[in-house]
Ligand binder design. Structure first.
Ligand SMILES: NC(=O)c1ccc[n+]([C@@H]2O[C@H](COP(=O)([O-])OP(=O)(O)OC[C@H]3O[C@@H](n4cnc5c(N)ncnc54)[C@H](O)[C@@H]3O)[C@@H](O)[C@H]2O)c1
Length: 324
C-alpha cells in the first residue's frame, strides 16, 4: 500500500505519519493494518528531525504545481491524507493564496487521485469553519454549512468536490470537520484559533500569551491525539459504512477560555495564569467567534469516533508530551 500525506511536514501530517509507522500501515477495516510499501510526505517546508523510516520519502514542492503533483502520485497511490492548506487567518489575509492552495491545488490533488488505476481512498480535512453566522444552539449532523470566512468557504467547496468525485467513482473520499486542535506545540501558525493553544503552551513555557477574545468565548476543541485517531479511522472505515454522505462532524469538547485557564490552574498551578494577557483583536474575533462551539455528533459517535474526556486531560496530554 502506497500512502501520500500532503502537508506531511506540518503539525498533523507528522503525527499521522508517526501513527501509521507505529501501526505498520492502514487497514481496510479499523485495526487491521496492511503493510505500507511507501509513505510519501509532501510539503513545501520540511521539519528538522521529522519522522523517518525505511519506507518514508519526503517530497518537497508546491502542491499548486500540476507537474509536481502528477509525479508524486505515480505509481499507484492507494491512500491520500490531504492536509496541506493555508490555514484560517492566512487565507483571510491573502485571498488569492487561500483560493490557490485550498481550492485550486486541492482540485489538482483530487484529479491526481482520479487518475489512479484504482480509485484511491482520500481523507480531506475540513473544519468547524464550515459553520458560521446565525447558528442553532447545537450543530447537528444535518446542520447546513454556512461558512463566514474564505478558509471556511474553501473547505466547504472542497468537501462538495470530494463528495461529487466519490459519487462518480473517481475517489473513495471521506471529509472530516476537525475541531480546533489544542495544544499545538512549537510556534503558532496562522490559524485564527491558535490562541487556544497559546494560553496553555506559552505559560507552561515561561512565556507570555495574548488572548485576543473574551474569557467567555467558547470553542469546539480536540487534542492532537484524538484528531490523529479520527484521521486514521476516517480512512479505515469501509466505504459501505460511510454510505453516500461523505462529510462528517467529528467529536470534540466544548470549552471556554475561562474553563481552560481554570483547568490550567488546577493541573499546573495558579502561577501560570498571570502570564496570560487579554488584548482583544477584532480581526481574530471576526473569524473565530462566528464558529460554533457546541455539536451533537451522533453519526460520528455511531461510527466509533471518540472525544477527549475534558480540558484537564487535554492539558495533561500536552504536559506528558513535553516531558518526553
Ligand atoms: N490544527 C487545527 O486546529 C485544524 C483544525 C481543523 C482543520 N485543520 C486542517 O487540518 C489540516 C492540517 O492542519 P495542521 O494544523 O497540520 O496545519 P499545518 O499548517 O501545521 O500544516 C499544513 C502544512 O501544509 C503545508 N502547505 C501549505 N501550503 C502548501 C503548498 N502550496 N504546497 C505544499 N505544502 C503546503 C505547510 O507547509 C504545512 O506544513 C489543514 O488542512 C487544516 O486546515 C486543522
Amino acid at each position: 500500500m502506497r500512502i501520500v500525506i500532503t502537508g506531511g511536514g506540518g503539525f498533523l501530517g507528522q503525527r499521522v505519519a508517526r501513527a501509521l509507522l507505529a501501526r505498520g500501515g492502514l487497514g481496510a477495516k479499523p485495526g487491521g493494518a496492511t503493510q505500507m510499501s511507501e509513505l510519501v510526505l509532501v510539503d513545501q517546508v520540511m521539519p528538522q528531525g521529522g519522522v523517518s523510516g525505511e519506507n518514508v520519502r519526503y517530497a518537497t514542492g508546491n502542491i499548486a504545481d500540476r507537474s509536481f503533483i502528477k509525479r508524486i502520485f505515480a505509481p499507484q497511490t492507494d491512500a491520500v491524507f490531504h492536509l496541506a492548506a493555508v490555514v484560517s487567518a492566512g487565507a483571510e489575509a491573502d485571498f488569492d493564496l487561500g483560493y490557490q492552495v485550498n481550492l485550486d491545488a486541492a482540485r489538482l490533488v483530487f484529479e491526481a487521485c482520479r487518475a489512479q488505476p484504482r480509485p484511491a481512498r482520500l481523507v480531506f480535512t475540513s473544519s468547524v469553519a464550515a459553520f458560521g453566522g446565525e447558528l442553532p444552539a447545537v450543530i447537528v449532523d444535518t446542520s447546513a454549512a454556512t461558512p463566514q470566512s474564505s478558509y471556511g468557504t474553501q473547505k466547504v467547496i472542497g468537501e462538495l468536490l470530494v463528495a461529487d468525485y466519490t459519487r462518480k467513482g473517481y475517489v473513495d473520499g471521506r471529509c472530516i470537520r476537525l475541531p480546533t486542535i489544542v495544544v499545538r506545540p512549537g510556534r503558532p501558525n496562522r490559524a485564527a484559533s491558535g490562541f487556544m493553544s497559546s494560553i496553555i503552551r506559552e505559560p507552561l513555557n515561561g512565556e507570555t500569551a495574548i488572548c485576543p477574545v473574551p474569557k467567555e468565548a467558547g470553542m469546539w476543541i480536540s487534542s492532537p491525539e484524538r484528531a490523529v485517531e479520527a484521521l486514521v479511522r476516517a480512512m479505515e472505515i469501509p466505504a459501505t459504512e460511510w454510505g453516500a454522505n461523505r462529510i462528517l462532524n467529528v467529536p470534540g469538547i466544548t470549552v471556554t477560555v475561562a474553563e481552560t485557564l481554570a483547568a490550567l490552574e488546577k493541573v499546573a498551578g495558579a502561577q501560570y495564569l498571570a502570564r496570560v494577557h487579554f488584548e482583544r483583536d477584532p480581526g481574530i474575533e471576526k473569524i473565530v467567534l462566528t464558529w460554533p462551539a457546541r455539536f451533537a455528533t451522533a453519526r460520528a459517535n455511531a461510527m466509533g469516533f471518540g472525544a477527549d474526556s475534558g480540558i484537564e486531560d487535554v492539558i495533561k496530554l500536552h504536559m506528558r508530551a513535553l516531558a518526553q
